[in-house]
Design a protein around this ligand. Structure first.
Ligand SMILES: NC(=O)c1ccc[n+]([C@@H]2O[C@H](COP(=O)([O-])OP(=O)(O)OC[C@H]3O[C@@H](n4cnc5c(N)ncnc54)[C@H](O)[C@@H]3O)[C@@H](O)[C@H]2O)c1
Length: 348
């Protein structure tokens, strides 16, 4: 099968990850890189592909079957709209856009032009998440009643040299927690209401460094998320699974997600299923079963999926509409923290 030609717009931290996955695959080829920075021009030279300072020249050149948009968030909408106008399938990085209204505009343009948009919530492609979703959907846990998610880690001081990261919108809720919100929706269903408290007590920036979040699910369960980017702790998905080579391995297995139902409970990422095999109740012994899972790099699996979407052989796993719902719920966390009131989303 011919390789699918993919352009990359925005060749910063995550854009370079996408370029690496494309050139090391046997199913995709790198059609070109668009990014005004000199580093991007050098990257394109190293890969032997055309470089464009202006992304429009990549999009109207007729060389891409699909394009990955990995620019700063405020450029996601105009670039994705331009790709759609050129009939090019788009993978737009998370968050899909900066506002819900923009996300809805993107979803509408995608539907009207019949050009697919896939949002880069790459964790959904992780084989661990796929297995967990299958287990939860099979009913093996019974009724999901409670889930606890830890997302605690330490951003180095230099990370905050960029001023936007010290201001509202640049904090761990919009940058990091959005991944957890998307996973909650993907694994456990829609969110009915959001309660949250934010704190900037450690760094004292305008933006939060810590948040405690409680979600009520439409299906009835309650989810608690503990988030902080200012603590020396390994309990975060990124550190536990090392989807990116940026994170070092941990000395021992780390669990970050504890999903509890009336019949059994599941930990992630270790995929341990805890249940009673005989008599039930807290005076009885529980059994721990380690579920098997294929290994696989979610960015490569996502890329494979993007190629299938571009060939119209698959529908996007996460559409612009779906990505917008994740953004809506994430913004609701900030609203709830700011106002001190709960925010109602779906049938809440
Ligand atoms: N899914 C993930 O795992 C993941 C991880 C990190 C970042 N992201 C998302 O990816 C996006 C980029 O994040 P990053 O950390 O790579 O940022 P970054 O700042 O490292 O890179 C952004 C790049 O965009 C380029 N750029 C700026 N204006 C441009 C324009 N007009 N046309 C083309 N390129 C332009 C910059 O020169 C830079 O190279 C953000 O939306 C972020 O939320 C996703």
């Amino acid at each position: 099968m011919a390789k699918t030609a993919i352009g990359v717009i925005g060749a910063g931290v995550i854009g370079r990850t996408h370029c690496d996955r494309i050139v090391s695959s046997d199913f995709a080829s790198l059609a070109g890189i668009a990014d005004p920075s000199p580093e991007a021009a050098e990257l394109a030279r190293r890969h032997g592909v055309p470089h464009f300072a202006d992304y429009r020249h990549l999009l109207d050149g007729g060389v891409c079957a699909a394009v990955i948009v990995a620019t700063p968030n405020d450029l996601h909408l105009p670039i994705a709209l331009n790709a759609i106008a050129n009939g090019i399938t788009v993978l737009v990085e998370k968050p899909v856009t900066t506002t819900v209204a923009e996300g809805e505009a993107l979803a509408k343009a995608s539907a009207q032009a019949d050009v697919p948009v896939l949002v880069g919530h790459h964790r959904r492609h992780n084989p661990i998440i796929r297995r967990a979703r299958d287990v939860i959907r099979s009913g093996a846990l019974g009724r999901i009643t409670s889930a606890t998610i830890l997302y605690t880690f330490l951003k180095p001081c230099a990370y905050f040299d960029l001023a936007w990261r010290r201001r509202p919108g640049g904090g761990p809720v919009l940058i990091n927690l959005i991944h957890e919100i998307d996973l909650v929706r993907h694994l456990l269903g829609e969110i009915a209401s959001v309660h949250a408290i934010g704190s900037n007590a450690v760094r004292g920036f305008e933006v939060e460094d810590t948040a405690a979040v409680v979600l009520r699910l439409v299906a009835g369960g309650l989810v608690t998320i503990s988030l902080s980017d200012a603590v020396a702790a390994p309990w975060s998905w990124d550190l536990a699974v090392q989807e990116s080579a940026l994170y070092p391995p941990q000395p021992t297995a780390v669990n970050t997600h504890f999903i509890s139902g009336t019949v059994a409970s599941l930990t992630l990422p270790t995929l341990e299923l805890w249940s009673y095999k005989g008599a039930v109740g807290w005076f009885e012994p529980m059994t721990r079963e380690k579920l098997a899972v294929d290994t696989g790099d979610p960015y490569s699996i996502q890329l494979h999926h993007l190629c299938a979407v571009a060939r119209r052989e698959a529908a996007p796993l996460i559409t612009a509409t779906d990505g917008t719902e994740t953004l809506r719920a994430t913004l609701a966390v900030l609203d709830a923290a700011r106002s001190g009131a709960s925010v109602t989303l779906n049938n809440g």
